[in-house]
Write a protein that binds this ligand. Structure first.
Ligand code: PHE
Length: 344
């Protein structure tokens, strides 16, 4: 029995030393030390031994058991250490390798134009105000002297949500809201940027969604010359000090008189070219003196207060400034297009 145990011991130690996985070690543990393992089955024959032999064999069996357990433990430690070393080696970082460049985003070209215009007017004492894109018929039209069924509503083909709710067709309702809020009690000097919607068929120069930025100045003694001076500063700052402006008569229901502002063509300097369609001038915005009805609807006495308003499209300005020839580019989210202007 003693020899049997010794040969089991030897065999077990050899196998454990050669083992190369924790799973295999566990199998060996079961095979030698388990309930049905070889040592247990040897010990089953103990009954046949004499009284004197029993404790001797028992002692040997225990030592063999201990030795096998110990060897398995230390082999397991060795395997674990090995695995960890391998893992560390595989995961090691070569700090001398060049890094992968991280793609950075940037503001959209339209956002930049809007911010540029905002900053320009903030510098002239204007506040920036925003309003809802889902607007009431009242603020989008009626408060701007466009009663229901007025033919001038056709100028802005509208997405109606209900007979009284619509997607705003311009940012002028923000001006109406602000004037109503101030209720004739204090002057207004504001600009309002935002997205507007019109039922247009999309093509290179039309989009059913585009941006607008409008301005309003209401106070005592505001005159047409103030409007002209303000627009002149705006045009020169935005397009270059050498640009001229001209005002042409126009019509908007909410301003009287109304004008359209052109700037001199940068490409041909007034000679006439394809950019300005041979006129020497490029149309930029609509403006005018706030209609007395619009003032009085908001609580401003038109005998005391006067004001001017103007409205322009940052899409169009961006197209002119950067030579973009299709408005849809702004809304297609093609990163290749947008990236070109990150540093503009
Ligand atoms: N709201 C006008 C439009 O969308 C622009 C405008 C604003 C014209 C203010 C005159 C004064 O066409």
């Amino acid at each position: 029995m003693k020899e049997q145990l010794q040969s089991i011991h030897q065999e077990a130690i050899e196998k454990i030393k050669k083992s190369d996985s924790a799973k295999h070690l566990q199998e060996l543990k079961v095979a030698y030390l388990g309930k049905k393992g070889s040592i247990t089955s040897v010990l089953r024959g103990m009954g046949k031994l004499s009284k004197e032999e029993r404790p001797v064999i028992g002692d040997i069996a225990n030592k063999v058991r201990e030795s096998i357990t110990h060897t398995i433990e230390s082999k397991k430690d060795e395997l674990d250490r090995h695995a960890l070393e391998k893992k560390l080696e595989a995961e090691s970082i070569d700090v001398t390798l060049p890094g992968r460049p991280v793609e950075t985003g940037g503001p959209h070209l339209l956002t930049k134009i809007i911010e540029e215009i905002e900053n320009l007017f903030i510098g002239m004492g204007y506040e920036v105000r925003e309003g809802p894109e889902v607007e009431t018929d009242y603020y989008n039209f009626e408060a701007l002297n466009l009663p229901k069924n007025h033919p001038a509503r056709d100028m802005q083909d509208t997405f109606y949500l209900t007979p009284d709710l619509l997607l705003r067709t311009h940012t002028s309702p923000v001006q109406a809201r602000t004037m109503h809020k101030y209720g004739g009690q204090q002057p207004v000097r504001m600009i309002c940027p935002g997205i507007v919607y019109r039922r247009d068929d999309d093509d290179a120069t039309h989009s059913h969604q585009f941006t607008q930025i409008e301005g309003l100045y209401v106070d005592k003694n505001v005159r047409m010359s103030d409007l002209k001076g303000t627009l002149d500063v705006f045009a020169k700052k935005m397009f270059g000090e050498d640009r001229e402006i001209r005002l042409r008569p126009s019509f908007f229901p909410f301003t009287e008189p109304s004008v359209e502002m052109d700037i001199s063509c940068k490409v041909c300097r007034g000679e006439g070219c394809s950019v300005c369609k041979n006129t020497g001038w490029i149309e930029i915005l609509g403006a005018g003196m706030v209609h007395p009805k619009v003032l009085s609807m908001a609580g401003y006495d038109p005998e005391i207060y006067t004001g001017f308003a103007f409205g322009m499209g940052p899409d169009r300005i961006a197209m002119l400034k950067y030579g973009v020839n299709d408005i849809r580019q702004f809304y297609m989210n093609d990163v290749r297009f947008l990236q070109q202007y990150h540093k503009a």
